[in-house]
Design a protein around this ligand. Structure first.
Ligand SMILES: *[C@@H]1O[C@H](CO)[C@@H](O)[C@H](O)[C@H]1NC(C)=O
Ligand SMILES: *[C@@H]1O[C@H](CO)[C@@H](O)[C@H](O)[C@H]1NC(C)=O
Ligand SMILES: *[C@@H]1O[C@H](CO)[C@@H](O)[C@H](O)[C@H]1NC(C)=O
Ligand SMILES: *[C@@H]1O[C@H](CO)[C@@H](O)[C@H](O)[C@H]1NC(C)=O
Ligand SMILES: *[C@@H]1O[C@H](CO)[C@@H](O)[C@H](O)[C@H]1NC(C)=O
Ligand SMILES: *[C@@H]1O[C@H](CO)[C@@H](O)[C@H](O)[C@H]1NC(C)=O
Ligand SMILES: *[C@@H]1O[C@H](CO)[C@@H](O)[C@H](O)[C@H]1NC(C)=O
Ligand SMILES: *[C@@H]1O[C@H](CO)[C@@H](O)[C@H](O)[C@H]1NC(C)=O
Length: 442
């Protein structure tokens, strides 16, 4: 398989992990559909006997209780203030019913604690909801990082015209979702969808949503960042998503949200999105979805700012190519243009002495780290992602790595990546005195 990736854009830090899913056919449309989770780094570890842990339990049972106000959004605090308090929220997709929302949040609140059993910071995304917590109060603040990208592997016909249509639609939706409505409506209405004709046979379905604790301005900013990422993640693809803590966007060529019978007219004060009945069988959307492969990229938590460089390792060694990673926006002098390289597996094998145990320098949640020396003498650290690093979702099929890098002066430079023979690896510059944590946890 060849993954073409020309314009690899970098805006931030760390490693991006991509995972390939085949969404299972058997799940019902309303069943919580797990997408991805991100745990904080191990600098945010808590002890099982800590105040934070008991506050987190309070928080999660509060969030998932049936007693929360009948909203698709809820934020609350476990415990009283720092230190030790746990802050959290959930956000359900704006078109789901309260029941679907509650099922999703219930599942999320249980899954998140299993998937991030020690970290004070965690995010989990589902089709129908997202849930996050932190040991700092983040309510009302806009977070665009960490983020997850997903895209449909299928190409769209007429990509240029599609990109134009998508851009126009997303633009309109961002404005609609972030328009200042009456305060009463805000808690359901930082959400907007639209479907438009693309070809005679194909329609484009788009969705944007912010957490309603954001101001109109912040919501707009968050969505603009996400929309700005679309060309990087999803150019020419039939579907795509950008999931950020404070907002998310998605588009597909099949309906994935409940479409209102009458198109919402842009009345000045639309009623709060009425919980629409979701038929438990949504064969159309579901069937299509399951036949498609989606890739998710995760920018692990941590560190400041934005990011993104993406590339694929061509499986064919003959077709090895170099990709340039270009700065998409001026994010300050800490980001510079860098080059992202695809490495051949054979190169890495030679450099690490065939992953000899003598070269092993560490072991982290993501997998093993090896030291190596390239033919030109450059010392490298190779992070070999364990195939189970995304923790055994049944649908989990394969793992692809995308790479990203923020040229931050404290960070280790990411040199490239490799995906071959079912392996995924990230290759960093080896910095002798640098904390191994960085290689391990990015
Ligand atoms: C984080 O993990 C690394 C590698 O396992 C370990 O060396 C380090 O002590 C950990 N840090 C904390 C704060 O637990
Ligand atoms: C919690 O457990 C850790 C070790 O597991 C221990 O070092 C710490 O003192 C304990 N804290 C309290 C408050 O019991
Ligand atoms: C959830 O937390 C809020 C605010 O702290 C509190 O008023 C409410 O009673 C809690 N609900 C439950 C079910 O614990
Ligand atoms: C929810 O967030 C708002 C700010 O957006 C904050 O004022 C409020 O105290 C939070 N609620 C709880 C229960 O923490
Ligand atoms: C969450 O839902 C999935 C399927 O939708 C299920 O397999 C999993 O066991 C659920 N998790 C919990 C903790 O209930
Ligand atoms: C959150 O936890 C980290 C790591 O334990 C700690 O350094 C930080 O001060 C905490 N933040 C707050 C607001 O308590
Ligand atoms: C998508 O288009 C690219 C060329 O732009 C091609 O290399 C790739 O194979 C196509 N993928 C599919 C699934 O058709
Ligand atoms: C979109 O396409 C459908 C079916 O082809 C057609 O019925 C409808 O009128 C079209 N809508 C617009 C606005 O062109």
């Amino acid at each position: 398989m060849v993954f073409p990736y020309k314009d690899i854009v970098s805006k931030a830090i760390v490693v991006v992990i991509t995972s390939l899913w085949l969404l299972s056919l058997s799940t019902e449309a309303a069943a919580p559909e797990y997408l991805y989770h991100i745990c904080g780094s191990n600098t945010t570890i808590y002890y099982p006997n800590s105040t934070f842990k008991s506050n987190l339990n309070l928080l999660l049972s509060n969030l998932s209780s049936n007693n929360t106000p009948n909203n698709l959004f809820y934020n609350t605090t476990g415990g009283s203030g720092p230190p030790g308090a746990a802050y959290g929220l959930f956000l359900c997709r704006g078109d789901v019913t309260i029941n679907v929302c509650h099922d999703c949040v219930l599942n999320a609140s249980q899954e998140i604690i299993q998937r991030c059993p020690k970290e004070k910071v965690a995010y989990i995304w589902y089709d129908q909801c997202m849930l996050r917590y932190d040991n700092r109060s983040f309510f009302g603040t806009m977070d665009e990082s960490p983020k997850v990208y997903m895209w449909n592997m299928q190409n769209i016909t007429e990509p240029d015209r599609f990109a134009q249509l998508l851009g126009d639609t997303m633009d309109k939706l961002a404005n609609r979702a972030s328009s200042d409505r009456s305060l009463n409506d805000q808690y359901v209405n930082r959400f907007a969808t639209e479907d438009v004709n693309f070809t005679r046979l194909q329609r484009l379905y788009s969705l944007v949503q912010c957490t309603p604790d954001l101001s109109a301005t912040d919501c707009n900013r968050c969505l603009r960042v996400a929309i700005g990422d679309l060309p990087n993640c999803c150019n020419g693809k039939k579907g795509g998503r950008v999931l950020q803590p404070s907002c998310n966007i998605r588009y597909e060529t099949y309906p994935f949200y409940e479409i209102k019978a009458t198109a919402p007219s842009p009345s000045p004060t639309p009623p709060p999105a009425p919980p629409l009945p979701i038929s438990s069988t949504n064969p159309r959307g579901k069937g299509k979805l399951s036949s498609e492969i989606i890739i998710a990229i995760v920018v692990p938590v941590g560190l400041s700012l934005v990011l993104l460089a993406i590339g694929f390792c061509l499986l064919s060694r003959k077709r090895r190519r170099k990709y340039n990673v270009v700065e998409e926006e001026n994010v300050g002098d800490e980001i510079t243009i860098l080059q992202s390289l695809q490495f051949d597996l054979s190169t890495i094998e030679v450099a690490t002495n065939n992953f000899s145990s003598d070269n092993k320098i560490g072991e982290g949640g993501f997998g093993l780290v090896y030291k190596g020396i390239l033919a030109d003498g450059q010392e490298i650290a190779v992070k070999r992602l364990s195939k189970t690093s995304s923790q055994g979702a049944a649908e989990f099929n394969n793992e692809v790595v995308l790479v990203a890098k923020l040229q931050h002066r404290n960070l280790v430079r990411l040199l490239g990546f490799c995906r071959e023979g079912g392996e995924t690896m990230l290759i960093y510059e080896y910095v002798p005195n640098h904390s191994l944590d960085w290689f391990l946890f990015g």
